[in-house]
Design a protein around this ligand. Structure first.
Ligand code: FMN
Length: 196
């Protein structure tokens, strides 16, 4: 019930017709228009073997306390193995690191072999040549549909190598143009030299 006349209804005539249901294919296609960076989330399993997977669903959550999150598919093999260790590292990839995504986003093939990684003081593999690393302890895990939403408490952050970010947009990788106009920096409010 409403006590408004139809003529007073502020949304009258503005209601679009409903679309078809949000199938996985539509979700992928439409949500793929939200461009993200690309990370590799790494950790150790119970046998201290390095594990990691390509991950775009990384986000900051809170500044105080410092929290971040990522979402991990229940069918994935890496996340359940690193979960018990309680520690992970988010390696934020540079534009020239698509080969790293190919390794860590593929269900087959070697991931750490031939990569000069080291173990961080926080107990997770750190990948070389990345833009930045975020070292985290697992704070909370929320099962949500077919994914876990993993909240991490940030222990430390590192800026590793300057450069442009690797972007993922509409199911493809993109590399940003380097733009160095003072006006651009002012408009975006970013830091100077923000494309490295
Ligand atoms: C660009 C890109 C982004 C991805 N983002 C995610 C993600 O956010 N969460 C996820 O669970 N899988 C994501 N994946 C898929 C996993 O990396 C992929 O399924 C991987 O094979 C899982 O490895 P695992 O079985 O060892 O966990 C992404 C893959 C690519 C290529």
């Amino acid at each position: 019930m409403t006590d408004r006349h139809q003529d007073d209804n502020p949304v009258a005539g503005r209601q679009a017709t409903r679309q078809v249901p949000p199938t996985p294919d539509r979700l992928r296609r439409v949500l793929g228009h939200f461009a993200t960076g690309v990370t590799v989330v790494t950790g150790l399993d119970a046998e201290h073997e390095p594990v990691g997977f390509a991950c775009q669903s990384f986000s900051s959550v809170s500044l105080e306390p410092p929290l971040v999150l990522f979402c991990a598919d229940h069918r994935g093999r890496s996340w359940p193995r690193m979960r018990d260790t309680g520690t992970f590292c988010v390696n934020i990839l540079r534009h020239a690191q698509q080969d790293i995504v190919d390794r860590f986003g593929s269900p087959t093939g070697a991931r750490f072999e031939g990569i000069d990684w080291h173990l961080s003081p926080y107990g997770a593999p750190a990948l070389p040549g990345v833009l930045a690393r975020v070292h985290c302890a697992v704070e909370a895990v929320h099962a949500s549909g077919d994914h876990d939403v993993v909240v991490g408490r940030v222990q430390d952050l590192e800026l590793v190598q300057a450069g442009r970010p690797l972007l993922f947009y509409r199911g493809r990788f993109a590399v940003t143009e380097r733009v160095r106009s003072a006006a651009q920096v002012e408009v975006t409010g970013g830091w100077d030299d923000f494309w490295g």
